[in-house]
Design a binder for this molecule. Sequence first.
Ligand SMILES: [Ca+2]
Ligand SMILES: [Ca+2]
Length: 182
Amino acid sequence: MSNLGEYIEKKYRVFFRYLDRNHDGVLHRSDLMKRVDTMSHMNVANQSESIYTRQCWLRWCDKVFPPKDGKKGVTEDDFVEKFRHFRSTGEIDEVNAASEGIYNVLFDRLDANRDGHLSRDELKAFYQALGKADDTFIDRLFRKLDVNHDGLVSKSELVEAGVAFWTSEDVNSGYEIMYEIN
Ligand SMILES: [Ca+2]
Ligand SMILES: [Ca+2]
């Protein structure tokens, strides 16, 4: 218990609920694969971008939702327990590196016009696809991500926010907003 701060645990739970779109409290690898398939076709110019996107996601999924979990699936408590385990074994570094890889490639998939920045509309399109697109939420999230207030989200702003979501123990960080979409 001691190696998982309350705030980090809260964020893991927030993220689990974000993934659990049908709210049945259980996630299966197949649920994740549906998302991976969607993401790996979003705004790709060619097959190699699609394959690369998929690889980035699979690196994380293979650690957190390995095929051996099979039909049983993963509950919210199991999910938290996995991260507790990763932190106790040091595997958390590998998991966090995989997360960072995902945010890098996520940025590329969201940057529909490929200008190297995310506009509010590009961000909104992503959350719209997840069923959450109310303007108040998008405005709050965009303000959080746009650290230098230039009206755009850069790759480093997105990646740093994503990394902070998984690693920051600062209870005032506010990064849980990224997945509070239910
Ligand atoms: Ca853009
Ligand atoms: Ca910015």
